[in-house]
Design a protein around this ligand. Structure first.
Ligand SMILES: [Zn+2]
Length: 137
């Protein structure tokens, strides 16, 4: 039987550190060395001030649901069995917003403002996906 595999993130040169840290269960993003702006997706210049230097800083992994959607009709056939599934925008304590699935709960439990924390999904040896789960406030 032919199985359609889920597409995996493209690991670019700029983004490679993000995925390496995820393998170690660390959620990190770049912080501009000049203005302190936290940025994602990774890039070699700051979108705020165009400075090049930056460092990968570890985030708490804690945040709240800023927004979310529930997908009933996936645009890729490999996600058909997962539907309905959610995709959330999580606002982390550090102020940056990241996308991810909220796992370990029913979609009906989700609400804007609920507290979540990062969890890591070992998809393959090369790919560990940061996701989120509900936490108590
Ligand atoms: Zn900057």
């Amino acid at each position: 039987m032919f199985v359609i595999e889920k597409p995996l993130p493209a690991i670019t040169e700029d983004g490679a550190p993000y995925w390496e840290y995820a393998k170690k269960h660390e959620l990190r993003v770049q912080r501009c060395g000049a203005c302190g702006h936290l940025r994602f997706p990774p890039s070699n210049v700051c979108p705020k001030c165009l400075a090049e230097p930056g460092e990968w800083v570890r985030l708490s992994g804690r945040g709240t649901i800023y927004s979310f959607i529930v997908i009933h009709r996936p645009q890729h056939p490999a996600f058909q069995e997962d539907a309905p599934y959610n995709v959330a925008i999580v606002e982390l304590e550090e102020g940056i917003r990241l996308h991810g699935n909220v796992v370990g709960c029913r979609n009906e439990e989700l609400a804007v403002g609920l507290p979540v924390e990062v969890t890591f999904d070992h998809v393959k040896d090369e790919v560990v996906l940061p996701k989120f789960r509900l936490r108590s406030a």
